[in-house]
Each structure stands twice: as structure tokens, then as C-alpha cells.
Design a protein around this ligand. Structure first.
Ligand code: ADP
Ligand code: MG
Length: 394
């Protein structure tokens, strides 16, 4: 459970300037936001502060700018925010500087100034003390609601907290408490579904859940490192060689564990990674040469669906196959539908799995969709998150 002060603990009289680190790192197309889930997820904190009469200074990174590239401007995000909140929203032209300071000085209570992309400043990722001090000088308090960036020790996620009363936003609080709950005292059985491309990305999680979960279900390209470790032919499937030894150790650990480690029992094959590839279903998992496993098969999907339905808690991260290619999206869709329909607590760990469940229109049918992929995984692995650590203790 979060042991930090939260935005509810700020004793606001009205008129205070509050710097809020949000996660507006949203997908854009032609200068418009194509998925505003992260912006909507920040609204409870923003609205609470507006109701208290605060003057809000929001900041976020967006994408991976190398310079001040206009296509990485926060403007599309602030345009979307303006449609969602009942308050004036102004977009600044920079992160810091005289013009920003003037805009901060002119800010009225109950209104919002959105700073530019924090990564336009090289000091952001370097956690530069000067940048942190400058940002802190604009405000009376700091709120971190950017769970998706909490695994980074950057100037706006960690550095600035040294100079101001620093508290958690409501989204960050909910993310930490929900994810902590999965490791600390989940409703059992705890079923963990892991897919995606690489074992090396998820091995720490597999290792941890073999100690704490009741079942770990493996899908995605990751399963081929396990099959390789078992001496099963993988054909032309994507196999992460570095992952094979890790998979072998996980299999060994699972033997002495009360947690069941489940691997696919059938597959969908393609002759190449393309939507118009030749496609066939394979009973069993011995992939012939010339073919690659691009999805789990229907029997696997049904077995995983049964596990999810019987679970007290389901945690899911990583698609079951190459779900971006329609002919190979069936396993991911079946698991998404099963998780959405499961009666227990259901938590999606961000990243591509969140994108998948959203693309199937099932996002509102799970208990919690994390807004942070990397941050969610690191928290579950038991790593401290610098953006949380930096906040004031309760
Ligand atoms: P997440 O972001 O949810 O953690 P990852 O980034 O680890 O998930 O993995 C997602 C990627 O894995 C997707 O782009 C998907 O196409 C790919 N993938 C999953 N299964 C396969 C497969 N069998 N063969 C090739 N690529 C796969
Ligand atoms: Mg991903």
C-alpha cells in the first residue's frame, strides 16, 4: 500500500500554484490524440485541485523527442484536455523560461497552464538540479500523478520533489495500491497471464509470480524460448536465444513450486509475419520448418479462459500472439474476452496488452487497466519506483 502523502492531504486554501506531473504521453495522428485514456485517467486529480481553487501547472513528456520537434508538442493533449475539463486551459510554448514564468504569474485560480514536452529540456532525463529548481520555483506544491513515468528518476518525476511539498495524485495512488494488492494479498486463486515478445522483459516477473501466484500462463513469442529449452522444434518462430536459459531455469523452479506454469498446447502458424501470410492451425506445438508460431491455438485459448474464469484475481500482461495482424489476433481476443468476463478482480498491466483490450472494446470491463507498462512491471517485480520514493512520507 502507498505510504506517501496524497493530494487529499494538501491543505489548500485556494489560489495556491500546484505543479502536477501528469502522464500525457498519448498516441497522436495528424496532430490529434487517438487514445485519450491517459488524459481521462488524470482528471480526478485535476478536478480535485480545480475545486480547491488551485492554479494548476501541468507537465508531461510525450514520445521520444531528440530536440524541440513540433510534432512532439503537448498541444494536441492540451486541446483534448480543454474538451474534457470545465476550466480555462492554456498551452505554454516552452517548459521553462521568461515566457513560462510570465504565464505562471498571470494564471488565475481554477485555471490550467500546460507546459511544453518536458523532454524538450535535456535536463529532464538527466534529472538536472537546475531544471528541477526552476520548475519548483513556479509552484507552492508538487503532485505526481504520472504513474507511467514513475519508474524514471527524471527532473519532473523525482528531482522537483526535493524542493516542494510533494504528494501523490489519485491515479498514482490507485495504481500503486491495486498493483501492490496483487503481490501482497490477492483474492485467490491468483492467475497471471504473460505474453509478448521477449522472455528477458518478463523473466523477473515470472520468477516472482512462481513464488506468489497459483498459476502462470505463458503465451506470445515468449513461449518459444520455453519450447526451445524443452527441446521442442520451433521452426521459423521468433525465438529469443538469450531467453532460453532463463526459460529453462523457470521450468526447473516451477517443478518445485506450488504454482502451475502452463504453456500453449496448440498454435496458429503463418509462413511469415504478415496479415496476408499463409495460415494454418497446428495441433500440438512442434512447429515445422518454413512456419512460425504467431498465435496460441483455440485449445490453449480455451484452457487459459477457464483459468481466468476460476480465478479470484487475474493479472494480464503481454498479448498471446501477433495481435496487430488480424488472422493472428484470435488467441489474444479470446483471452481478453475471458479476462473481461471473469468474475474476480482483473488487472491489465499496460503496454500492448492494454492497447489490445482497448482495441477489442473491452477496456471498461476490467477492474483496472494500468496506465503504465514499464512502471507496472517494475512495481510487481518489487523494484522501488523513483517517482514514488521521492514523495513525502505519510
Ligand atoms: P506488452 O507491451 O504488453 O508488455 P510486448 O511489448 O512484450 O507486450 O509484446 C508485444 C509484441 O509481441 C507485439 O508487437 C506482438 O506482435 C509480439 N508478438 C506476440 N506474439 C508473437 C509471436 N508469436 N510472434 C511474433 N511476435 C509476437
Ligand atoms: Mg510493448
Amino acid at each position: 500500500m502507498l505510504d506517501k502523502r496524497t493530494v487529499r492531504d494538501l491543505d489548500l486554501q485556494g489560489g495556491e500554484r500546484v505543479l502536477v506531473r501528469v502522464d500525457f504521453n498519448v498516441p497522436l495522428e495528424d496532430g490529434r490524440v487517438t487514445d485519450d485514456a491517459r488524459i481521462r485517467a488524470a482528471l480526478p486529480t485535476i478536478e480535485l485541485l480545480l475545486e480547491a481553487g488551485a492554479r494548476l501547472i501541468l507537465c508531461s513528456h510525450l514520445g521520444r523527442p531528440k530536440d524541440r520537434e513540433p510534432e512532439t508538442s503537448l498541444k494536441p493533449a492540451s486541446d483534448r484536455l480543454r474538451e474534457l475539463v470545465d476550466a480555462p486551459v492554456e498551452q505554454a510554448g516552452a517548459v521553462v523560461g521568461d515566457e513560462v514564468r510570465a504565464a505562471v504569474d498571470a494564471l488565475e485560480p481554477g485555471s490550467i497552464l500546460v507546459l511544453e514536452n518536458t523532454r524538450w529540456e535535456p535536463g529532464e532525463k538527466a534529472n538536472d538540479a537546475e531544471l528541477a529548481r526552476e520548475l519548483a520555483s513556479y509552484a507552492d506544491a508538487y503532485v505526481n500523478d504520472a504513474f507511467g513515468a514513475a519508474h524514471r528518476a527524471h527532473a519532473t518525476t523525482a528531482g522537483v520533489a526535493e524542493h516542494l511539498p510533494a504528494v501523490a495524485g489519485l491515479l498514482l495512488e490507485r495504481e500503486v495500491n491495486t498493483l501492490d494488492g496483487i503481490v501482497e494479498n490477492p483474492d485467490r486463486p491468483l492467475c497471471v497471464v504473460l505474453g509478448g515478445a521477449k522472455v528477458t522483459d518478463k523473466i523477473a516477473l515470472i520468477d516472482r509470480f512462481l513464488d506468489t501466484a497459483d498459476s502462470v500462463l505463458i503465451g506470445g513469442a515468449m513461449c518459444f524460448s520455453f519450447f526451445r529449452a524443452q527441446g521442442i522444434p520451433t521452426g521459423d518462430s521468433l525465438v529469443e536465444e538469450e531467453g532460453v536459459e532463463l526459460a529453462r531455469r523457470a521450468l526447473e523452479k516451477a517443478e518445485g513450486s506450488s504454482c502451475r506454469l502452463l504453456l500453449p498446447v496448440d498454435l496458429v502458424l503463418g509462413d511469415r509475419f504478415a496479415a496476408d501470410a499463409d495460415r494454418r492451425e497446428l495441433e500440438g506445438v512442434d512447429v515445422p520448418d518454413g512456419w512460425m508460431g504467431l498465435d496460441v491455438g483455440p485449445e490453449t485459448a480455451a484452457a487459459y479462459a477457464r483459468e481466468a474464469a476460476a480465478a479470484g484475481t487475474v493479472f494480464w500482461n503481454g498479448p498471446m500472439g501477433a495481435f496487430e495482424l488480424e488472422p493472428f489476433s484470435g488467441g489474444t481476443r479470446a483471452v481478453a474476452e475471458a479476462v473481461a468476463a471473469a468474475p474476480g478482480t482483473t488487472v491489465i498491466g499496460g503496454g500492448d496488452s492494454a492497447a489490445a483490450i482497448a482495441s477489442f472494446g473491452l477496456a471498461d470491463q476490467v477492474t483496472h487497466m494500468s496506465t503504465g507498462g514499464g512502471a507496472a512491471l517494475e512495481l510487481l517485480e518489487g523494484k522501488p519506483l523513483p517517482g514514488v520514493e521521492a514523495l513525502d512520507d505519510e
